[in-house]
Design a protein around this ligand. Structure first.
Ligand SMILES: Cc1ncc(COP(=O)(O)O)c(C=O)c1O
Length: 399
């Protein structure tokens, strides 16, 4: 039998999904599982998008242009303008989710062996896409003790060598909920400029910023316009994970031309998804406000609740809908598996994502988990009770 590729061997299993068989087994036993592990929003998709899909009036569901429909890209120009990001429709390439935008950015900008510096903990699929592109992720470590703020310039510079080609940030951050300050963004800009690197900036959570601090996009940074590749997605902002629509945005025509060749090879981004995404741009302000307010309340409910449990600590996330919390356990991987396989409280348990999968440095995140607050407040409150009971009962507890 032939061997599978080294790449196939090296691909990490998703830290979010790898406990899924244990969760399935718990459900089979009749246990209710609160999913705090996955960032799939449960809030409604804008009515305008649902209506647009319901009333599709086409006789052929054809391929769309490889870069996406012009009408949608033109409308997006207005959306970005509201965030002070000045684009033309030609700067925007529609992709099959933000996921494909990350992959195409890597494939277009990096040679095998090229290195990308990423603050860790990081969205785990970046590692998977880097392996797909033969690129190497090098991490600068951020810590829960420092609220996951960006390490000093020297920490980046220690990693920079002739293979370093890019910095990748996620802002607001998944998994930490951290929002980079103007000072931090300027620090990144200076490094990008000094070493002439690409800056891949994943800003899929820009709608969800809960502090008074301003949102500084990579596109706001002066002097590195040609270096910036923005990754975007409608999955989170409109609760539209399933329509698979994202975007890769750059002022750099050479990068766009390369990306377009990958786009042409995969023919077309989703047709129906684009129809829904374009209609979503007409969603009411009320929709945006209600969605936002709901996350504000959920954040408060989860973070307050976590910090009330003895031995648990969560910083207050400034954006997105995640937090990385420290638990009083010997090993969060074991604890998360144990919750699903050996524990229940009144017929319920919790599913959390062990944070180790978001770090590349071995041993880090050992007593941390990522939690998403995409459940209703009542369910979050119940999940917190179950978590507290689980921590009391866990044999490997440390308090
Ligand atoms: C930070 C970040 N980037 C990109 C994505 C990919 O989103 P999608 O492919 O659904 O657009 C996600 C999804 O969870 C994410 O959290």
């Amino acid at each position: 039998m032939p061997n599978i590729s080294q790449r196939g061997v090296d691909m990490p299993a998703s830290p979010i999904r790898k406990l899924a068989p244990l969760a399935d087994a718990a459900k089979q036993r009749g246990v209710h599982v609160y999913h705090l592990n996955i960032g799939q929003p449960d809030l409604p998709t804008p009515q305008a998008a649902l209506d647009a899909i319901r009333t599709i009036d086409r006789s052929v569901l054809e391929y769309s242009p490889s870069q996406g429909y012009r009408s949608y890209r033109e409308k997006l120009v207005g959306y970005y303008k509201k965030y002070d990001i000045n684009l033309t429709a030609d700067d925007i390439i529609i992709t099959t989710g933000g996921s494909e935008a990350v992959l195409f950015a890597f494939l277009s900008c990096l040679n095998p062996g090229d290195e990308i510096i990423v603050p860790e903990p990081a969205y785990a699929n970046y590692m998977a896409f880097a392996i797909s592109a033969g690129a190497v992720i090098r991490t600068v470590t951020t810590t829960i003790e420092e609220g996951f703020s960006l390490p000093k310039v020297e920490k980046f510079e220690e990693l920079i060598n002739e293979r370093t080609k890019a910095i990748l940030i996620c802002n607001p951050n998944n998994p930490t909920g951290y929002l980079y300050s103007r000072r931090e963004m300027n620090q990144i800009r200076d490094i990008v400029k000094k070493y002439d690197l690409y800056l891949f900036s994943d800003e899929v959570y820009r709608e969800f910023i809960y502090t008074g601090s301003p949102y500084i996009s990579a596109c706001h940074l002066e002097g590195i316009e040609q270096n910036v590749v923005l990754i975007d997605s409608v999955s989170k902002r409109y609760s539209e994970c399933g329509i698979r629509i994202g975007a890769l945005i750059t002022k750099n025509a050479e990068v766009r031309n390369a990306v377009m060749k990958f786009c042409q090879a995969r023919l077309s981004p989703p047709l129906i998804g684009q129809i829904a995404a374009e209609a979503s741009l007409d969603a009411s302000e009320e929709y945006a406000r209600e969605t936002y307010d709901e996350y504000v309340e959920r954040r408060k409910c989860l973070i307050d609740g976590l910090n009330r449990i003895p031995g648990v600590y969560s910083p207050i996330p400034m954006g997105a809908f995640y937090t990385v919390a420290k638990l009083p356990v010997d090993d969060a991987d074991k604890f998360c598996a144990w919750c699903l396989s050996d524990f229940e409280y009144e017929g319920q348990t919790v599913m959390l994502a062990p944070a180790s999968g978001f770090y590349t440095t071995p041993g880090l995140g050992k007593n941390e988990v990522r939690m998403a607050y995409v459940l209703k407040k009542e369910d979050l409150a119940k999940a917190l009770t179950v978590l507290q009971k689980a921590l009391e009962a866990y044999p490997g507890k440390t308090v």
